[in-house]
Design a binder for this molecule. Structure first.
Ligand code: F6P
Length: 549
């Protein structure tokens, strides 16, 4: 680490030694303009960070830290298509997937925008055909169920967004349901296959590498299910009518049997967890239609432009990231709870767990040295009101300091959406909003939010001072969700710059996969040597093998 960086960290920590002693209740009492000073609006997103344990002086220190870590230079490298994923020798150009058709983006002499829009158009043709009921199964029946088979980045993003935007489903003349199967044990898939008709079911095999065992095993189970049902019908016709493939490896799709015209490609420069903007987002487009998907991309594109161009004081991803650095590295808070107050965002915490923890769960710098400071905190969450009845007790009265992201749309059930119980649902949404604001207030202020708290016994008192941010969306729609997700993607990138790590690789998950394959041989009795494992694993293997005799 350079002397300038060390100096800046020291200055930040010195400031932190005093600033961290201030309670949020005092910060609010001291400055009635705190909200005015500490919230920003970008498009449909309001970012309120007034409940973070910072002052304006803190922000200045954090921006200085970002400057000494050459944040602007790194942002420029990212958007120039430089190989910022150094351990894999690749660029990280998920942002290019959201470029409008007329944007100029050449990397190494290649017109990236043209390639992106060619595959987007290919995906859109498939979407329109399925939605119009023109995609027929091997017996000529209309496809009514689509099952996305994928895992990690090839599952979590599409799953989260299709659920979140279900209110924006395109109306089709026939029933069209989208399902997801990811688990390696086949439990989700078998559950789905139980009540689906082979004649009307289409599978999307989604895998950037097209080597992921979880996905390939589920795909081959699906193929066998179809083959069993169709009997003597030629495999090629089954594959042609019932499988679409999405991958960065066309050869592997072909080898597996995906018909060339059913393949949609993307590129090595799109990380798996950043890939739902590519054809990995096919289930999203099937759900909300071609225009809906384009609106989703547009929201993310506008966030990209904001991230590139806005000054740091107003830049949502930079602010969010630097507040996270403050919480982790100065306040020593190692937990971040993601708390959407909208049931449609149930999958968001899971999605962000992968985005943040697979990206920044690293302990080796880009220079190959051990990091000197903590990196990504532990991230978890759930729909806020449900979590209130589950783990909020710890947030309010436990011994751990935790920071929270509250995410909630201000408005719901806009006029164009007709619903039989619209009034009741609006009232319910107001209830969710009230709970969201009440929780962040109590977490921040503690007893100061209450009347006469000092007369209460200790077990009824609230410590407060748990920092949080609130992301208030005008409403949840394709555009605002696109912007929200891109905000988190860029936040992750900014933090990686400060921590000096590569957010685009994931070597830590590779070894476990290899050991699983050797362990499989021992479970299946192909390898009887148990002494080459540890005694715990050997003991468990003996017990499991007894079960399989
Ligand atoms: O094992 C981790 C991982 O490589 C993720 O990064 C990725 O999203 C997931 O596996 C699935 O990979 P693929 O899309 O290549 O099947």
């Amino acid at each position: 680490m350079t002397d300038a960086k060390k100096r800046q960290w020291d200055e930040l920590l010195t400031h932190g030694a005093t600033a961290s002693k201030q309670h949020l209740a005092d910060l609010f009492a001291e400055d009635p303009d705190r909200f005015t000073k500490m919230h920003r609006q970008f498009g449909p997103l309001m970012f309120d960070f007034s409940k973070q344990r910072v002052t304006e002086e803190t922000l200045n220190h954090l921006f200085e830290l970002a400057r000494t870590h050459e944040l602007n230079e790194w942002i420029a490298r990212l958007f120039a298509g430089e190989k910022v994923n150094d351990t894999e020798g690749r660029a990280a150009m998920h942002w290019a997937l959201r470029l409008p058709q007329d944007a100029i983006c050449e990397v190494d002499g290649e017109n990236v925008t043209a390639q992106v829009h060619e595959q987007l158009a290919r995906m859109e043709r498939i979407v329109e055909k399925i939605q119009a009921g023109q995609w027929r199964g091997a017996t000529g029946e209309v496809i009514t169920d689509v099952i996305n088979i994928g895992v990690g980045g090839s599952d979590l993003g599409p799953l989260m967004v299709t659920e979140a935007l279900a209110d924006f489903s395109t109306r089709t003349r026939h029933r069209l349901n989208i399902h997801f199967a990811s688990t390696i044990d086949g439990s989700q898939l078998s559950q789905l296959l139980r009540d689906k008709k082979p004649q009307t079911t289409l599978f999307i095999v989604s895998s950037k590498s097209f080597t992921t065992i979880d996905t390939l095993t589920n795909a081959s189970t699906a193929l066998q299910w179809l083959q069993r049902s169709f009997g003597r019908r030629a495999s090629s016709s089954i594959l042609h009518c019932h499988f679409v493939g999405v991958s960065a490896s066309p050869d592997k799709m072909t080898e597996w049997g995906i018909a060339e015209e059913n393949q949609i490609g993307f590129w090595g420069w799109v990380g798996g967890r950043y890939s739902m903007w590519s054809a990995i987002g096919l289930p999203i487009a099937l759900k909300i239609g071609v225009q809906g998907f384009r609106d989703f991309l547009a929201g993310a594109y506008d966030m990209d432009e904001h991230f590139k161009n806005a000054r740091w004081e107003d830049n949502l991803p930079v602010l969010m990231a630097m507040l996270g650095v403050w919480n982790t590295n100065v306040l020593g808070i190692n937990g971040l709870a993601i708390l959407p107050y909208d049931g449609r965002l149930k999958q968001l915490p899971l999605y962000l767990e992968q985005l943040e923890m697979e990206s920044n769960g690293k302990s080796v710098t880009r220079e190959g040295e051990p990091v000197e400071r903590a990196t990504c905190p532990i991230i978890w969450g759930d729909v806020g009101p449900n979590a209130q009845h589950a783990f909020y007790q710890l947030l309010h009265q436990g011994t751990e300091a935790v920071t929270c992201d509250f995410i909630v749309p201000a408005r719901r059930y806009h006029e164009s959406l007709h619903h039989d119980a619209a009034d009741e649902l609006i009232a319910q949404h107001q209830l969710a909003l009230a709970n969201c604001l009440a929780q962040s207030r109590l977490l921040a202020l503690g007893d100061a939010a209450l009347k006469d708290a000092e007369n209460e016994p200790l077990y009824k008192r609230y410590r407060g001072n748990q920092p949080s941010s609130t992301l208030l969306l005008d409403e949840l729609d394709p555009y605002s969700l696109g912007a929200l997700i891109a905000l988190y993607e860029h936040k992750v990138f900014v933090q990686s710059v400060i921590w000096g790590i590569n957010p685009f690789d994931q070597w830590g998950v590779e070894m476990g996969k290899k050991i699983a394959m050797t362990t499989l041989g021992k479970i299946r009795g192909e390898d009887n040597e148990l002494d080459d494992t540890d005694v715990s694993t050997a003991g468990l293997l003996r017990r499991i093998r007894a079960e399989w005799k």
